[in-house]
Design a protein around this ligand. Structure first.
Ligand code: GLY
Length: 360
């Protein structure tokens, strides 16, 4: 199976390579994009156990001096205290501005390593090697980096594009079903906001069938990345078009917060957010008849149809902290059909009325 290459032209220009065998040959690919002498591989304990040695071996064979920073896996590590440890680690290892970081792992690793790269010495290069489906289709591409603070997820960060993204589809083999499902939430989102053909393709498979069909899965990842590339090129700094990627996320983030980030993954919360907003939109005649049912059926195939019913008022309160809010308004992403989306600016009061209009 051949590699897929998608070039992103944002404030930095870089390739996203998607396919098999990228991790074990990462040194050769990295060699093409940086003259760094030293590379710091930043990873969590789970990913390090699975892929740390393989990545470091390849980077060292390509002639790099490497060091490794390993932190405990999970969202709880994506904070200022781990970030300070990474800065200290880079300083102790005498990293200079011409050296480079390598984010090996999922979204937590990529976001935090990217922010370390954006801030250490006011900015050094970094490479993304995403190992989760969610990171491959979304967070490793487009340059959003950051950490969580007690006030909310991703509230502190920077836009910093990587110099290369290596999405090795072999790494998906070790994902648990739960993590695969988590990533599929974002995949369905891409179909809904921008691509009717992608949505139709997703309707034809189930989670189990996709996991067993690497060729189709690789195509789907490439389709998602190419949608993301187009959106990021049009609006790198999230002032307009990029907000479409937020479909389901305003409610999704609130659902995650409402459930205290336990027992419900990001992808599941986003799926519920997409489902709720589409049901509400359909009730108000803002989308084609039957769209919410179609979306719900697709989500079901990927085990993303979950039975949570948070109270509109609780959700509304949590939405007030949404970082996509501008002034007293919330930008709500609505899909009028599968593949067609737009943002609708609503006052917080109107949004609360909308939530209370009982669509689900
Ligand atoms: N994950 C949403 C974005 O990159 O804008």
């Amino acid at each position: 199976m051949s590699l897929k290459k998608i070039t992103v032209r944002a404030s930095g220009v870089y390739d996203v390579l998607i396919g098999s065998g990228l991790l074990e040959n990462c040194g050769e690919y990295v060699k093409n994009v940086t003259k760094a002498q030293k590379l710091a591989v930043i990873t969590d304990d789970n990913v390090d156990r699975l892929y740390g040695d393989k990545a470091v071996r390849s980077l060292e064979n390509a002639g790099y001096e490497t060091c490794r920073f390993v932190f405990p896996h999970g969202e709880a590590s994506k904070n200022s205290s781990t970030l300070i440890k990474i800065w200290d680690f880079l300083c102790e290892n005498h990293f200079t501005r011409t050296d480079c970081l390598v984010a090996l792992g999922g979204g937590v690793t990529g976001d935090m390593t990217g922010f370390a790269a954006a801030s250490y010495l006011r900015g050094i290069d970094f490479v993304q090697i995403p190992t989760s489906l969610l990171a491959q289709v979304d967070s490793s591409v487009g340059g959003k980096t950051g950490i969580d603070i007690p006030g909310g997820k991703n509230l502190v960060g920077a836009f910093k594009q990587p110099i290369l993204v290596l999405a090795d589809t072999d790494a998906l083999d070790t994902l648990t079903d739960e993590f695969f499902t988590d990533g599929m939430g974002e995949v369905v989102k891409y179909g809904m906001i921008k691509s009717a053909p992608l949505f139709e393709k997703l309707e034809k498979y189930t989670a189990e069938e996709l996991r067993d069909n690497k060729e189709v899965l690789t195509d789907i990842i490439a389709e998602c990345v190419s949608i993301k590339r187009d959106v990021v090129e049009a609006d790198e700094h999230d002032k307009g078009e990029r907000m479409l990627l937020n479909f389901g996320h305003t409610l999704g983030h609130s659902i995650e917060q409402y459930y205290n980030y336990t027992g419900i993954s990001h992808g599941m919360a986003v799926a519920k957010g997409m489902e709720m907003i589409t049901a509400l939109a359909e009730k108000q005649g803002m989308c084609s008849a039957g769209l919410s049912e179609k979306l719900a059926a697709c989500l079901e195939k990927y085990h993303l149809k979950i039975d949570v019913r948070p109270m509109p008022n609780e959700l509304g309160k949590a939405c007030l902290n949404d970082k996509k809010r501008s002034g007293g308004n919330i930008n709500v992403v609505i899909c009028s059909d599968a593949g067609t989306s737009s943002t609708v600016k609503m006052t917080v009061e109107k949004f609360m009325d909308f939530l209370n209009s009982k669509g689900t």
